[in-house]
Design a protein around this ligand. Structure first.
Ligand SMILES: [Zn+2]
Length: 251
């Protein structure tokens, strides 16, 4: 066991404030980095989804186009047959043959009409798919622009914070050495209880800087004396006077 120096309450409070400020800086970096990677990967997923949608629409359009080509071939064949039957009808030998050929001519005419209707409908469908494709393409372009921005932002933050983070980690180690074990346990416990990670707060405008509960004048003067560790009755955070709080700077 290392020999623990006997720190005064004021020194302990000062170390706690320093530790809090360093930890808040580290929290800030974590938040900055924590959000952007998620945003970047979400955007990448969305773009992948939109690209898959584009491919699907294009495949559907190709399918419809093929359908139209098939119908065009069908019309051509039917027209060939029509020509053949019309020629045959000039040389019919009897009434029955005439009727049979006429029926074929009528059938082919109907086939052509039906195929033309199919082509008309399919053409409308292709135009609609084309509009959907344009919308998907625009969405991809927008998302890609966003992604580029977010990625740049993230890289910039990582570049900027790497050095800072290392420096703050070192400061954090130093600050923890200035606080005794028992106090550190409380500090960590309080910090973990609050989403904003604040365990040590200044008195601000006669209130606790953590929960804004009013602090009576008697208690405020006790805090100012720095003779004992005082916690907020409402939220349990360790309170310091604003002068002590302001005196500790972390850069
Ligand atoms: Zn409080």
């Amino acid at each position: 066991m290392a020999q623990v120096k006997d720190y005064s309450v004021e020194e302990k409070l000062s170390s706690l404030v320093k530790l809090q400020k360093v930890d808040s800086k580290l929290d800030g970096i974590k938040i900055l980095k924590g959000e952007l990677p998620i945003e970047v990967s979400d955007l990448e997923d969305e773009i992948e989804g939109l690209n898959a949608r584009q491919n699907r629409i294009e495949e559907e359009m190709n399918g419809i186009q093929q359908f139209i080509e098939d119908k065009k071939t069908l019309i051509k064949d039917a027209q060939e047959l029509l020509k053949k039957y019309e020629k045959q009808s000039e040389n019919v030998k009897n009434n029955r043959e005439f009727e049979a050929i006429n029926k074929e001519i009528e059938m082919q005419g109907l086939e052509i009409q039906l195929a033309e209707k199919h082509i008309k409908d399919a053409t409308l469908e292709i135009a609609e798919k084309g509009r959907q494709l344009e919308i998907a393409k625009k969405a991809v372009a927008t998302k890609e622009g966003n992604l580029k921005g977010k990625k740049g932002e993230l890289e910039k933050i990582i570049g900027e914070t790497e050095k800072e983070e290392k420096q703050f980690k070192k400061l954090e180690e130093d600050a923890r050495e200035g606080v005794d074990e028992r106090l550190l346990v409380s500090y960590d416990r309080i910090r973990n209880n609050y989403r904003n990670g604040l365990a040590v707060v200044p008195v601000e405008r006669d209130s606790c800087g953590g929960c804004y509960n009013a602090i009576p004048p008697q208690k405020q003067s006790e805090i100012k004396q720095r003779k004992k560790i005082i916690v907020c009755e409402n939220c349990g955070r360790i309170m310091v006077d604003d002068e002590l709080n302001d005196a500790v700077e972390v850069k």
